[in-house]
Write a protein that binds this ligand. Structure first.
Ligand code: PGA
Length: 252
């Protein structure tokens, strides 16, 4: 694994102040694992609180608007996330693509807005089950990358890509090691095609039903540089078990 493994919790629409104790516990333990980069994306309502509650871990948003400000009721811009203390934001999560109709072009604009605001961006891609069954998974993900990768000058140092097969999110199902390896290689090739040599350094995370009992296996796959974790990031206990698995591999 090149660089520190990056383990990111995506809390989705979960979390009130009552969950600050979880994030404090995650932060305290993360300090014991310096070989792992740990981050959490709480709901935007908690960003300020979480910023004050943690010292070690990164914190981020789950989405941002492509514009910096304006008449967009209910939306949150990248500079606003930055102002609230965020280090990064997720963009293009499949729940945004599906439930909010976000296109690749929308996701690209959001990723570019995030980078322009000084945030790191975690750009999510992934095929549906029907697309995989039709043998089109790599083609679909390649197309998503083509359409949604930010186009900025130079290598996108603050970009990570998260491969999240839609059918693996929240289902307890994960692709085979061979399928994850093949997809991450295909994503790497695409990133190099888009960015040139700098594409070799973009971190590629796996997401979709990552748990303590499969984390070590998934994180050992070549070109899996970390994990984007949904359900198992909601308690310090289950999230730290994944961080611990990453730390054990980093020690090897
Ligand atoms: P899950 O979600 O770990 O609950 O499958 C992952 C994600 O949606 O980022």
């Amino acid at each position: 694994m090149a660089g520190l493994p990056y383990i990111v919790g995506n809390w989705k629409m979960n979390g009130t102040r009552a969950m600050l104790s979880e994030v404090r516990a995650i932060d305290r333990s993360a300090a014991r694992f310096p070989k792992v980069q740990v981050a959490v994306a709480p709901p935007a309502t908690l960003l300020y609180r979480v910023r004050d509650a943690v010292e070690v871990i990164g914190i981020g948003g789950q989405d941002c608007h492509a514009k910096d400000s304006g008449a967009f009721t209910g939306d949150i811009s990248a500079p606003m996330l930055k102002d609230a203390g965020a280090d990064f934001t997720i963009v293009g999560h499949s729940e945004r693509r599906t439930l909010h109709g976000e296109s690749d072009a929308d996701v690209r604009s959001k990723a570019e807005a995030a980078l322009a605001a000084g945030l790191a961006a975690i750009l999510c891609v992934g095929e549906t089950e029907a697309e995989r069954d039709a043998g089109r998974a790599e083609e679909v993900v390649g197309g998503q990358l083509e359409g949604s990768c930010p186009r900025i000058d130079g290598a996108p140092e603050k970009l990570s890509v998260a491969y999240e097969p839609v059918w693996a999110i929240g289902t307890g199902r994960v692709p085979s090691v061979e399928d994850v390896a093949a997809m991450h290689k295909s994503i790497r090739d695409k990133l190099v095609a888009i960015y040139g040599a700098g594409g070799a350094d973009v971190r590629i995370l796996y997401g979709g039903s990552v748990k303590a009992d499969n984390a070590a296996e998934l994180l050992s796959i070549p070109d899996v540089g970390g994990a984007l974790v949904g359900g198992a990031s909601l308690t310090a206990e289950s999230f730290l078990a994944i961080v611990g698995a990453a730390a054990s591999l980093a020690d090897d």
